[in-house]
Design a protein around this ligand. Structure first.
Ligand SMILES: [Zn+2]
Length: 328
């Protein structure tokens, strides 16, 4: 099936973009007007338009990750569908790009997926049965050139047990909905009860029942929703309906996904985990790379900054964003 994308020519790639972006008609990306738009020649084979409303010109690529890129669309598309199995080095080889060019391309894809995935809520059932669990992975400040210490001669080692973001062993929280398996990952800067409550208030919609392990942090759900603990410390792993096996299964998919990238900075960990979430949730629906590509295109054309829910959800991630972008 991937062959279909490999066989596309640049014109067909452009038509795919137009099909998604102009599905409700051509509009001006600058002022959102749908009226008074006229065709005005071509820019690099792309139809150019002028908006008589604001006097700006635009093409189908304007205001997207593809805007100022000289990389042909087909290479972007191949990168998107390869990201769940290939390292950045593999992608660079596959596309005939320098490593740093491939890195920047992947970074843009990652950020686009992250923004939209964060806005997707778990919902859809009358009662959502949610499993929540946490894991810890070792991740430092890979790629940070401004560190005031010597580079490590051996790999980063973190002490056993639960870690913290500061101590280079950040937690990753997974929530997964039992019936359809839809999943979300979160990387907290500070894991505490407030963070868990925020997840349930901002990323899940509807009546919920929660299953978790015996980590006392989940007591923060008292009075918020019904929740049940399975006592792992006593060697129990399922008690009737009470288990976190689905959540643990997601971690068994996340670990190898992250290992693909051979060491990730803790500041980028949230975005990579979200990328894994995107592929996992998409593959529940389809294994056709063309469908995955089309969802990605829907994502990049989503109008985040004009969306009223953007600010609300991102309130919780503002600190993370600040830190993440300071480091990049
Ligand atoms: Zn305009």
């Amino acid at each position: 099936m991937e062959k279909i994308i490999y066989d596309l020519n640049e014109n067909e790639c452009m038509q795919l973009l137009e099909k998604v972006r102009w599905k409700n008609g051509v509009f001006c990306p600058h002022c959102k007007s749908k009226k008074n738009i006229v065709k005005n020649g071509h820019v690099n084979a792309y139809q150019n338009y002028i908006c008589k409303n604001c006097n700006h010109s635009f093409t189908v690529r304007t205001g997207t990750v593809f805007s100022h890129s000289k990389i042909p669309l087909k290479r972007w598309f191949i990168a998107v569908i390869s990201l769940d199995k290939c390292s950045i080095m593999n992608i660079a080889e596959k596309l005939g790009l320098y490593y740093h060019t491939a890195y920047n391309l992947v970074k843009k894809i990652r950020k686009s997926v992250f923004l939209k995935e964060m806005m997707e809520k778990l919902s859809g059932e009358i009662v959502l049965k949610i499993e929540i669990d946490e894991m810890y992975i070792t991740a430092g400040e890979k790629g940070n050139k401004n560190l005031d210490r010597e580079p490590r001669k051996r790999g980063l080692k973190a002490p056993p047990g639960r870690g913290t973001f500061e101590k280079d062993k950040p937690a990753i929280i997974v929530i997964t909905e039992r019936k359809h398996g839809k999943t979300k990952f979160f990387v907290p800067l500070h894991l505490n009860g407030k963070y868990i409550v925020d997840i349930f208030q901002n990323h899940i919609e509807g009546n919920i029942i929660v299953y978790h392990d015996d980590y006392p942090i989940y007591n923060c759900l008292n009075g918020i929703c019904p929740h049940f603990a399975i006592n792992h410390s006593n060697g129990e792993y399922a008690d009737g309906d009470i288990c976190t096996n689905n959540a643990e299964n997601r971690f068994s998919l996340l670990r190898p996904f992250l290992q693909n990238y051979r060491g990730i900075s803790k500041y980028n960990l949230q975005e990579y985990a979200t990328l894994c979430q995107f592929f996992f949730n998409e593959r529940r629906e389809t294994h056709d790379p063309m469908n995955i590509l089309m969802t990605f295109l829907e994502y990049i054309f989503f109008d985040f900054f004009h969306s009223h829910i953007f600010a609300k959800i991102f309130g919780n991630f503002s600190t993370f964003f600040q830190k993440s972008y300071e480091k990049n």
